[in-house]
Design a protein around this ligand. Structure first.
Ligand SMILES: [Zn+2]
Ligand SMILES: [Zn+2]
Length: 444
């Protein structure tokens, strides 16, 4: 699959790490998260396994914990299980609303100072529902645990002041909501029914907690890099150099294009980044995104020419080179030309040896193996539950090509199952016809 890269890598030649779960081994050490548990001791888990575990197993576990705690607390307050359950549901709704208030605080502050917000998310956990309002993607996820806005600054003028205002506005919105709750309790606390006053108290407490918690300065490492609390971001602003601010502004287009690539329209993504191609933007992230987008929009010749040119750069990092090799391999695979497939085979093998834990790279390798007649090995690579982490259209591509391989192996049952999954995920996927043809050929 075409895929953009999201990080740059400082190299430490020779050192490799291995994922405890999928056994993938790579010298791209940033592709692993340190982990430890009683059974295995300290070890490493690759980003794909980490993300999969976080999105699925931990997601259900955190739901169970959350519900149990809310019901227990409701039982503690009311003394009856019949009232504990509505309490838990009410707590869920109020918590989610408090997060919406927080993120809307950031959003309206950004609007007020003229900063565009290309994406805002409410809630965390499993796959988000993606909506679009004007030029903003809105991601809705079920757990009342987190939220995020992505501002896209267009000028360095008053950058620090604007950033301070936007960042502080989230906790401030919660503080205002808590104060309103308190004011309501003081003014008509006596007139409120028992349930309403419990709800207002809970609302006040939740908002006060959110305001305070977000102002504390903390950060934690996630699969997408380091995430900082609002407080940490505010502290960090003082130390931000002018160069760092320039860098944030430079990344504006790439961020817009990345969001468009993953959540929206590949053609629009290309349009955004088109300008940067002409200006020979030399950042590896841009090059990787450009080649991925050209492959996805069917501009194969242009993608191949650019991909080869980018790979001539001797100074590419290990990860950047492998991502570009992967993107070029996938573009060559799409041409379905014999000579091109030979080159795709060589490139995808190299990329997969370097980045075996990156799903896009695994997807390309499996696709090329199937296109060059090594059906069993190809199907094995494309049979991986972690592909569920990819967007529906990428999953459909994997399933279509896998169906092709399965049909060639004579496994009609699994081939049609894979094809059905692909159709359901993305009815217009352009890899469907080849899979359908492969299945039809089984009958003759
Ligand atoms: Zn792994
Ligand atoms: Zn915030």
């Amino acid at each position: 699959m075409g895929k953009d890269s999201e990080k740059t890598t400082p190299e430490q030649p020779g050192e490799t790490l291995r994922c405890r779960i999928c056994r993938a081994e790579s010298e791209w050490i940033e592709g692993f998260m340190p982990d430890t548990n009683v059974v295995h001791g300290p070890h490493h888990v690759c980003l794909s396994c980490f993300l999969y575990r976080q999105k699925y197993r931990q997601y259900y576990l955190s739901w169970i914990w959350w519900a149990a705690a809310a019901i227990a607390f409701g039982f503690f307050l009311s003394g009856s299980i019949a009232q504990a359950i509505p309490f838990a549901i009410g707590a869920y709704v109020l918590m989610y609303l408090a997060i919406v208030v927080h993120e809307l605080g950031h959003l309206f502050a950004a609007y007020a100072v003229g900063v565009h917000v290309p994406a805002i998310s409410f809630g965390g956990g499993l796959r988000a529902k993606v909506l679009r309002f004007r030029n903003t993607f809105i991601l809705l996820s079920p757990t009342p645990s987190e939220g995020l806005i992505i501002p896209a600054y267009s000028t360095s003028e008053h950058f620090r002041k604007k950033a301070l205002f936007i960042t502080a506005a989230g906790p401030l919105a919660n503080a205002v909501a808590a104060l309103l709750g308190m004011a309501a309790l003081i003014s008509f606390g006596n007139d409120l029914s028992e349930h309403s006053s419990a709800a207002v108290i809970l609302w006040t407490v939740l908002n006060a907690c959110l305001a305070i918690a977000n102002l504390l300065s903390f950060s934690h490492r996630t699969a997408f890099g380091v995430q900082e609390s609002d407080g940490a971001q505010i502290w960090g602003l003082r130390k931000k150099s002018d160069d760092e601010i320039e860098e944030i502004l430079r990344q504006r287009n790439v961020i817009l294009a990345l969001l468009e690539f993953h959540l929206g329209d590949k053609d629009k993504s290309l349009a955004i980044i088109e300008n940067d191609i002409e200006h020979a933007d030399d950042s590896a992230v841009t090059q990787s995104l450009v080649t991925a987008t050209l492959a996805e929009t069917g501009q194969l010749e242009r993608g191949i020419t650019l991909g080869r040119k980018y790979l001539e750069n001797e100074e590419l990092g290990v990860m950047e080179r492998a991502m570009l090799e992967n993107n070029l391999a996938f573009t060559l695979f799409l041409t379905n030309d014999d000579e091109a497939l030979k080159e795709a085979d060589r490139l995808s093998e190299k990329a997969f040896n370097t980045l075996p834990m990156v799903l896009a790279v695994k997807g390309t390798r499996g696709s090329v193996l199937i296109a060059t007649g090594r059906f069993e090995a190809g199907v094995a690579l494309l049979t991986d539950k972690r592909f569920r982490l990819e967007t529906p259209s990428h999953q459909a591509t994997v399933n279509s090509i896998r169906a092709r391989g399965l049909a060639q192996l004579g496994n009609r049952k699994l081939a049609s199952k894979s094809l059905r999954a692909a159709r359901a995920l993305d009815p217009d996927n352009r890899h469907l016809p080849a899979a359908e043809a492969a299945l039809a050929a089984m009958d003759t």
